[in-house]
Design a protein around this ligand. Structure first.
Ligand code: NAI
Length: 286
């Protein structure tokens, strides 16, 4: 398979954790990688070039091709500079892995507007900013591969992560529409909800579980979704601990009312309305 050989791929937040694994895996399989990382702390504070530089050094020492970039995905100009790095250094951009992320957890009743905003800015706006900057190149060359980092918190919710869950679910909405708009340009857009032991999960999951969640176990699926061969689009995969599985939205047959039902009529049919035993993959009715 041609895989990712000579493909130029931007991996955001690649100075550590999962992004580092993605960047190393892609480079080991022949891609030219822009290793973007702002180099801050888990809560998004601070910045530095050391994280991205260290991963670029690792890749180059192993014979791979990579360049660093230290811009913030949360800043539209920063995102444009990330894509410009790919164009200036490697002459093209074929793929974006939107992976950069921060956490500002807290129960919803204590969540400040600042912690809400900062998480949206990095995850949801960050994904938008970088993909938006790459999009004209993808259309022009009739090829593009997008992978966004979502989360089981976005799919199913998680206590203390209202800001993060909303951003992660928002990214699924984004790829669903990019898949439609990108189809005629051979642009695919998918999401991966990873499960991996990184600084983000270090104090969230028990150690026995973390021991089974090497980030290296997530990278191959991301690599496949970036590859030339991948035709899947608008799909979401949960990947971690060696398991790679697809998740999807389902809908049941529902109940059709010929005229606006009364409150009582809705209540009477509610168990049928909410019963998912005959559910099939959902689709947009229009
Ligand atoms: P991590 O904290 O190790 O890595 C995130 C990286 O993003 C860091 O190196 C950080 O410096 C960088 N970053 C943060 N803000 C940035 C910005 N504005 N611009 C550029 N870079 C920035 O975390 P991890 O676990 O590797 O997470 C990677 C992605 O996977 C995140 O989007 C996270 O939400 C997602 N994820 C991770 C899970 C896990 O089990 N580790 C579970 C579900 C989702």
């Amino acid at each position: 398979m041609s895989g990712v050989v000579d493909k130029v791929v931007v991996v955001t937040g690649a100075g550590g954790g999962l992004g580092r694994s993605y960047a190393r895996f892609l480079a080991a399989n022949g891609a030219l990688v822009v290793v973007n990382d702002l180099g801050g702390a888990r809560d998004g504070s601070g910045a530095g070039s050391q994280a991205a530089d260290a991963v670029v050094d690792e890749i180059r020492s192993a014979g791979g091709r990579a360049v660093p970039n230290y811009d913030s995905v949360a800043d539209p100009d920063g995102a444009a500079a990330i894509i410009a790095t790919a164009i200036d250094e490697f002459g093209a951009v074929h793929g974006v892995v939107s992976n950069a992320g921060i956490l500002r957890d807290g129960a919803f009743h204590k969540m400040t507007a600042e912690s809400w905003d900062s998480v949206q800015k990095v995850h949801l706006y960050g994904g938008y900013n970088v993909i938006r900057a790459a999009w004209p190149h993808f259309r022009e060359q009739s090829f593009g591969r997008i992978v966004v980092a979502t989360s089981t918190s976005g799919l199913y919710g998680n206590f203390g992560q209202a800001n993060y869950s909303a951003a992660k679910a928002g990214l699924i909405g984004l790829i669903n529409t990019l898949a439609i708009e990108g189809a005629k340009y051979s642009i695919t857009a998918n999401a991966v909800a990873p499960l991996a032991a990184t600084r983000m999960t270090a104090d969230i999951a028990p150690q026995e579980l973390l021991d089974k969640l090497d980030p290296e176990l997530v990278a191959p699926a991301v690599g496949y979704l970036v590859s030339e061969e991948n035709q899947d689009t608008a799909s979401v995969f949960v990947v971690g601990g060696g398991l790679v599985q697809r998740v999807a939205q389902f809908q049941n047959d529902g109940v059709t009312f010929a005229s606006p039902p009364t409150l009582e009529e809705i209540a009477t049919r509610w168990s049928q309305i909410s019963d998912m035993s005959d559910a099939k993959p959902g689709r947009n009715p229009v």
